[in-house]
Design a protein around this ligand. Structure first.
Ligand SMILES: [Zn+2]
Length: 99
């Protein structure tokens, strides 16, 4: 199976989805996030898996709240964490991976 369809030359400026990054309003690449924040998100998730082991199944929300209090947390992560927590507000369940 070859999947070349998703690779387009930059010339054909697609305007199918003018979706914007939920954090910084740049053009979103996927999941409503720009390339930069997608990267931050995967780091966030990666790190969560580490934390989950270290802190006996800490919840994603607790993890984010904890991160936000750490001085070494970068701006991108901070903004993402805030966004995710905001979106999570009110709704129960753990469908955070849909963002
Ligand atoms: Zn962004």
């Amino acid at each position: 199976m070859s999947n070349v369809a998703s690779e387009r030359p930059e010339g054909s400026r697609e305007h199918t989805q003018s979706e914007r990054c939920l954090v910084c309003s740049e053009n979103a690449q996927r999941e409503g996030l720009c390339e930069f924040h997608n990267l931050a998100k995967s780091k966030l998730d990666e790190n969560y898996n580490v934390w989950r082991k270290a802190y006996a199944d800490i919840s994603y929300t607790d993890y984010l709240e904890f991160l936000m209090r750490l001085p070494e947390t970068g701006d991108a992560i901070l903004a993402l964490a805030r966004l995710i927590l905001e979106r999570k507000g009110g709704e129960a369940g753990d469908n955070i991976h849909r963002l």
